[in-house]
Design a protein around this ligand. Structure first.
Ligand SMILES: Nc1ncnc2c1ncn2[C@@H]1O[C@H](COP(=O)(O)OP(=O)(O)OP(=O)(O)O)[C@@H](O)[C@H]1O
Ligand SMILES: [Mg+2]
Length: 285
Protein backbone atom coordinates (compact mmCIF):
# COMPACT_ATOMS: atom_id res chain seq x y z
CA UNK A 1 0.00 0.00 0.00
CA UNK A 2 2.90 2.32 0.78
CA UNK A 3 6.19 1.83 -1.00
CA UNK A 4 9.31 3.86 -0.40
CA UNK A 5 12.37 3.25 -2.56
CA UNK A 6 15.70 4.95 -2.00
CA UNK A 7 13.92 7.80 -0.26
CA UNK A 8 16.34 10.54 0.70
CA UNK A 9 15.91 14.03 2.16
CA UNK A 10 18.67 16.42 3.15
CA UNK A 11 18.43 19.68 5.03
CA UNK A 12 21.60 21.51 4.06
CA UNK A 13 24.38 18.97 4.36
CA UNK A 14 22.54 16.82 6.90
CA UNK A 15 20.62 13.74 5.87
CA UNK A 16 17.24 13.67 7.64
CA UNK A 17 16.25 10.50 5.75
CA UNK A 18 18.78 8.37 3.94
CA UNK A 19 18.05 5.78 1.22
CA UNK A 20 14.93 4.46 2.88
CA UNK A 21 13.33 1.36 1.37
CA UNK A 22 10.05 0.22 2.86
CA UNK A 23 6.91 -1.65 1.88
CA UNK A 24 3.84 -1.39 4.09
CA UNK A 25 1.15 -3.83 3.00
CA UNK A 26 -2.55 -2.98 3.04
CA UNK A 27 -4.11 -3.24 6.50
CA UNK A 28 -0.85 -3.17 8.42
CA UNK A 29 -0.13 -0.98 11.44
CA UNK A 30 3.50 -0.07 10.95
CA UNK A 31 5.43 1.59 13.77
CA UNK A 32 8.21 4.03 13.03
CA UNK A 33 10.29 4.03 16.16
CA UNK A 34 13.14 6.38 16.85
CA UNK A 35 14.55 9.04 19.14
CA UNK A 36 14.24 12.82 18.65
CA UNK A 37 15.68 13.85 15.31
CA UNK A 38 15.66 10.30 13.90
CA UNK A 39 13.73 11.42 10.84
CA UNK A 40 10.22 10.19 11.70
CA UNK A 41 8.38 13.42 10.87
CA UNK A 42 10.46 13.94 7.74
CA UNK A 43 9.59 10.39 6.59
CA UNK A 44 5.87 10.94 7.20
CA UNK A 45 5.99 14.34 5.45
CA UNK A 46 7.63 12.69 2.43
CA UNK A 47 5.01 9.91 2.49
CA UNK A 48 2.27 12.55 2.52
CA UNK A 49 3.89 14.57 -0.25
CA UNK A 50 4.39 17.64 1.94
CA UNK A 51 8.13 17.54 1.32
CA UNK A 52 9.85 16.79 -1.93
CA UNK A 53 12.50 14.06 -1.74
CA UNK A 54 16.06 14.77 -2.91
CA UNK A 55 16.11 11.24 -4.29
CA UNK A 56 13.89 8.18 -4.38
CA UNK A 57 10.16 7.65 -4.75
CA UNK A 58 6.99 7.28 -2.73
CA UNK A 59 4.20 5.21 -4.25
CA UNK A 60 0.77 4.90 -2.64
CA UNK A 61 -1.57 2.03 -3.54
CA UNK A 62 0.37 1.51 -6.77
CA UNK A 63 -1.30 4.69 -7.97
CA UNK A 64 1.58 7.13 -7.92
CA UNK A 65 3.13 9.72 -5.64
CA UNK A 66 1.17 11.50 -2.88
CA UNK A 67 1.57 14.84 -4.69
CA UNK A 68 -1.02 13.52 -7.14
CA UNK A 69 -4.40 14.94 -6.00
CA UNK A 70 -6.25 11.64 -6.56
CA UNK A 71 -3.65 9.77 -4.52
CA UNK A 72 -3.64 12.36 -1.73
CA UNK A 73 -7.42 11.85 -1.34
CA UNK A 74 -6.69 8.33 -0.08
CA UNK A 75 -4.45 9.68 2.69
CA UNK A 76 -4.86 11.34 6.06
CA UNK A 77 -2.20 12.82 8.34
CA UNK A 78 -2.45 13.66 12.03
CA UNK A 79 0.59 15.91 12.35
CA UNK A 80 2.88 16.02 15.36
CA UNK A 81 2.49 19.80 15.60
CA UNK A 82 -1.26 20.15 16.26
CA UNK A 83 -3.03 21.77 13.32
CA UNK A 84 -6.12 23.20 15.03
CA UNK A 85 -7.74 26.61 15.30
CA UNK A 86 -7.82 27.53 18.97
CA UNK A 87 -10.46 30.21 18.50
CA UNK A 88 -12.93 27.84 16.81
CA UNK A 89 -14.97 25.08 18.46
CA UNK A 90 -14.16 21.41 17.95
CA UNK A 91 -17.08 21.06 15.56
CA UNK A 92 -16.10 24.20 13.61
CA UNK A 93 -12.56 22.86 13.25
CA UNK A 94 -13.81 19.56 11.84
CA UNK A 95 -16.22 21.32 9.46
CA UNK A 96 -13.33 23.44 8.21
CA UNK A 97 -11.04 20.44 7.63
CA UNK A 98 -13.88 18.41 6.15
CA UNK A 99 -14.51 21.11 3.53
CA UNK A 100 -10.81 21.14 2.65
CA UNK A 101 -11.11 17.39 2.10
CA UNK A 102 -13.92 18.03 -0.37
CA UNK A 103 -16.89 17.15 1.87
CA UNK A 104 -20.10 19.20 1.86
CA UNK A 105 -23.81 19.08 2.67
CA UNK A 106 -25.25 16.23 4.71
CA UNK A 107 -22.14 14.12 4.07
CA UNK A 108 -20.04 16.78 5.82
CA UNK A 109 -22.54 16.92 8.73
CA UNK A 110 -22.48 13.14 9.10
CA UNK A 111 -18.72 12.80 8.89
CA UNK A 112 -18.19 15.58 11.44
CA UNK A 113 -20.70 14.00 13.85
CA UNK A 114 -19.08 10.62 13.38
CA UNK A 115 -15.58 12.06 13.89
CA UNK A 116 -16.60 13.74 17.15
CA UNK A 117 -18.28 10.57 18.37
CA UNK A 118 -15.33 8.37 17.35
CA UNK A 119 -12.85 10.31 19.47
CA UNK A 120 -15.31 10.85 22.32
CA UNK A 121 -15.68 14.62 21.97
CA UNK A 122 -19.40 14.89 21.21
CA UNK A 123 -20.18 16.43 24.62
CA UNK A 124 -17.47 19.07 24.08
CA UNK A 125 -18.16 19.69 20.38
CA UNK A 126 -19.31 23.27 20.88
CA UNK A 127 -16.50 24.35 23.22
CA UNK A 128 -13.58 26.36 21.90
CA UNK A 129 -10.48 24.26 21.24
CA UNK A 130 -8.57 26.74 23.43
CA UNK A 131 -10.54 25.24 26.34
CA UNK A 132 -9.64 21.65 25.47
CA UNK A 133 -7.01 19.70 27.41
CA UNK A 134 -3.89 18.55 25.54
CA UNK A 135 -5.33 15.04 25.25
CA UNK A 136 -8.63 16.33 23.85
CA UNK A 137 -6.74 18.40 21.26
CA UNK A 138 -4.78 15.28 20.21
CA UNK A 139 -8.06 13.41 19.80
CA UNK A 140 -9.55 16.21 17.68
CA UNK A 141 -6.36 16.23 15.60
CA UNK A 142 -6.95 12.52 14.91
CA UNK A 143 -10.63 13.10 14.07
CA UNK A 144 -9.60 15.80 11.56
CA UNK A 145 -7.31 13.31 9.80
CA UNK A 146 -10.01 10.68 9.21
CA UNK A 147 -13.01 12.77 8.11
CA UNK A 148 -12.68 11.71 4.47
CA UNK A 149 -12.18 8.02 5.47
CA UNK A 150 -8.64 7.70 4.10
CA UNK A 151 -7.28 4.25 3.28
CA UNK A 152 -3.81 5.32 4.41
CA UNK A 153 -3.43 7.03 7.74
CA UNK A 154 -0.22 8.64 8.96
CA UNK A 155 -0.08 9.39 12.68
CA UNK A 156 2.89 11.38 13.93
CA UNK A 157 3.32 10.76 17.68
CA UNK A 158 -0.44 10.76 18.26
CA UNK A 159 -0.15 10.23 22.02
CA UNK A 160 2.64 12.61 22.93
CA UNK A 161 1.88 14.64 26.04
CA UNK A 162 -1.58 13.19 26.69
CA UNK A 163 -3.17 11.90 29.88
CA UNK A 164 -3.64 8.12 30.29
CA UNK A 165 -7.38 8.36 29.58
CA UNK A 166 -6.89 10.07 26.22
CA UNK A 167 -4.02 7.73 25.44
CA UNK A 168 -6.25 4.69 25.93
CA UNK A 169 -8.94 6.33 23.85
CA UNK A 170 -6.46 6.91 21.02
CA UNK A 171 -5.22 3.30 21.29
CA UNK A 172 -8.80 2.05 20.95
CA UNK A 173 -9.29 4.39 17.98
CA UNK A 174 -6.20 3.04 16.23
CA UNK A 175 -7.31 -0.54 16.85
CA UNK A 176 -10.77 0.27 15.45
CA UNK A 177 -9.22 1.90 12.36
CA UNK A 178 -7.05 -1.16 11.87
CA UNK A 179 -10.11 -3.42 12.16
CA UNK A 180 -11.66 -1.37 9.34
CA UNK A 181 -8.73 -2.44 7.16
CA UNK A 182 -6.92 0.87 6.99
CA UNK A 183 -3.17 1.01 6.54
CA UNK A 184 -1.56 2.95 9.35
CA UNK A 185 1.94 4.30 9.84
CA UNK A 186 2.47 5.39 13.35
CA UNK A 187 5.51 7.18 14.72
CA UNK A 188 6.43 7.10 18.36
CA UNK A 189 9.26 6.95 20.79
CA UNK A 190 7.17 4.97 23.29
CA UNK A 191 8.10 1.34 22.99
CA UNK A 192 5.16 -0.06 24.96
CA UNK A 193 2.85 1.51 22.40
CA UNK A 194 4.67 -0.05 19.48
CA UNK A 195 4.67 -3.42 21.24
CA UNK A 196 0.94 -3.23 21.76
CA UNK A 197 -0.26 -1.74 18.49
CA UNK A 198 2.12 -2.51 15.67
CA UNK A 199 2.26 -5.52 13.36
CA UNK A 200 5.77 -4.52 12.36
CA UNK A 201 8.22 -1.94 13.56
CA UNK A 202 11.05 -0.11 11.84
CA UNK A 203 13.79 1.29 14.01
CA UNK A 204 14.95 4.59 12.62
CA UNK A 205 18.10 6.34 13.78
CA UNK A 206 19.79 9.28 12.08
CA UNK A 207 17.60 8.86 9.02
CA UNK A 208 18.39 5.18 8.48
CA UNK A 209 16.37 2.06 9.15
CA UNK A 210 18.51 -0.05 11.47
CA UNK A 211 16.09 -2.95 11.76
CA UNK A 212 12.69 -3.97 10.49
CA UNK A 213 10.33 -6.72 11.56
CA UNK A 214 7.66 -7.93 13.96
CA UNK A 215 8.18 -6.96 17.60
CA UNK A 216 8.98 -10.53 18.67
CA UNK A 217 11.20 -11.02 15.66
CA UNK A 218 13.24 -7.93 16.53
CA UNK A 219 13.53 -8.93 20.17
CA UNK A 220 14.63 -12.40 19.13
CA UNK A 221 17.24 -11.04 16.73
CA UNK A 222 18.58 -8.05 18.68
CA UNK A 223 17.20 -8.24 22.23
CA UNK A 224 19.91 -10.43 23.71
CA UNK A 225 19.45 -12.56 26.80
CA UNK A 226 16.69 -12.34 29.39
CA UNK A 227 17.56 -11.50 32.97
CA UNK A 228 16.54 -13.62 35.94
CA UNK A 229 16.70 -11.76 39.25
CA UNK A 230 16.52 -13.87 42.40
CA UNK A 231 16.04 -12.59 45.93
CA UNK A 232 17.05 -15.11 48.60
CA UNK A 233 15.49 -15.59 52.03
CA UNK A 234 18.57 -13.83 53.39
CA UNK A 235 17.66 -10.83 51.21
CA UNK A 236 20.51 -11.20 48.75
CA UNK A 237 19.78 -10.29 45.14
CA UNK A 238 21.38 -12.17 42.23
CA UNK A 239 20.98 -11.39 38.56
CA UNK A 240 21.60 -14.09 35.97
CA UNK A 241 21.60 -13.37 32.24
CA UNK A 242 20.22 -16.39 30.49
CA UNK A 243 18.61 -17.67 27.32
CA UNK A 244 16.09 -19.60 29.42
CA UNK A 245 15.26 -18.14 32.84
CA UNK A 246 13.04 -21.08 33.82
CA UNK A 247 15.87 -23.59 33.47
CA UNK A 248 18.29 -21.15 35.12
CA UNK A 249 15.93 -20.88 38.10
CA UNK A 250 15.60 -24.67 38.38
CA UNK A 251 19.40 -25.09 38.18
CA UNK A 252 19.94 -22.42 40.78
CA UNK A 253 17.35 -23.98 43.09
CA UNK A 254 19.05 -27.37 42.79
CA UNK A 255 22.65 -26.26 43.32
CA UNK A 256 22.38 -23.40 45.83
CA UNK A 257 21.65 -23.82 49.47
CA UNK A 258 19.88 -20.50 49.94
CA UNK A 259 16.11 -20.57 49.57
CA UNK A 260 14.47 -18.37 46.96
CA UNK A 261 12.14 -15.77 48.45
CA UNK A 262 11.11 -14.26 45.12
CA UNK A 263 12.25 -14.13 41.56
CA UNK A 264 11.58 -11.98 38.55
CA UNK A 265 12.16 -12.75 34.90
CA UNK A 266 12.68 -9.87 32.56
CA UNK A 267 12.29 -10.52 28.88
CA UNK A 268 14.13 -8.03 26.72
CA UNK A 269 11.85 -5.51 25.00
CA UNK A 270 12.20 -3.04 22.15
CA UNK A 271 14.03 -0.69 24.51
CA UNK A 272 16.84 -3.26 24.73
CA UNK A 273 16.72 -3.85 20.97
CA UNK A 274 17.33 -0.14 20.42
CA UNK A 275 20.10 -0.05 23.00
CA UNK A 276 21.83 -3.04 21.45
CA UNK A 277 21.57 -1.58 17.94
CA UNK A 278 22.64 1.97 18.73
CA UNK A 279 24.40 1.90 22.08
CA UNK A 280 21.90 4.49 23.32
CA UNK A 281 18.51 4.37 24.99
CA UNK A 282 15.49 5.78 23.20
CA UNK A 283 14.58 8.04 26.09
CA UNK A 284 17.96 9.64 26.69
CA UNK A 285 18.60 10.71 23.13
N1 LIG B 1 12.64 22.11 8.10
C1 LIG B 1 13.84 21.67 8.53
N2 LIG B 1 14.96 22.38 8.33
C2 LIG B 1 16.16 21.93 8.73
N3 LIG B 1 16.36 20.77 9.37
C3 LIG B 1 15.28 20.01 9.61
C4 LIG B 1 13.96 20.42 9.22
N4 LIG B 1 13.09 19.45 9.59
C5 LIG B 1 13.83 18.50 10.20
N5 LIG B 1 15.14 18.82 10.20
C6 LIG B 1 16.23 18.00 10.73
O1 LIG B 1 16.09 16.68 10.21
C7 LIG B 1 16.35 15.70 11.20
C8 LIG B 1 15.14 14.80 11.38
O2 LIG B 1 14.08 15.57 11.95
P1 LIG B 1 12.62 14.96 12.18
O3 LIG B 1 11.76 16.08 12.62
O4 LIG B 1 12.22 14.20 10.98
O5 LIG B 1 12.89 13.95 13.39
P2 LIG B 1 11.83 13.15 14.31
O6 LIG B 1 12.27 11.76 14.34
O7 LIG B 1 10.47 13.46 13.86
O8 LIG B 1 12.11 13.81 15.75
P3 LIG B 1 11.08 14.09 16.98
O9 LIG B 1 10.97 12.80 17.75
O10 LIG B 1 11.78 15.13 17.77
O11 LIG B 1 9.79 14.56 16.40
C9 LIG B 1 16.76 16.48 12.45
O12 LIG B 1 18.16 16.55 12.48
C10 LIG B 1 16.15 17.83 12.23
O13 LIG B 1 16.89 18.83 12.88
MG1 LIG C 1 8.83 14.25 14.74
Amino acid sequence: MIRLAGLTKKFGERFAVRSLDLDVPRGEVFGLLGPNGAGKTTTLSLMMGLLEPDAGVVDIAESGPPTDVGVRRKMGLAPQALALYQELTGRENLRFFGRIQGLSGTQLDERVDHGLEFVGLTPRANDLVAQYSGGMQRRLNLAAAILHEPQVLLLDEPTVGVDPQSRNHIFDNIEALKAQGRTIVYSTHYMEEAERLCDRVGILDQGELLALGGVNELIEAHGGLGVLTITTEAGEVRSIETENPVIALADWNRSELETVRSFEMERPGLERVFLNLTGRTLRDT
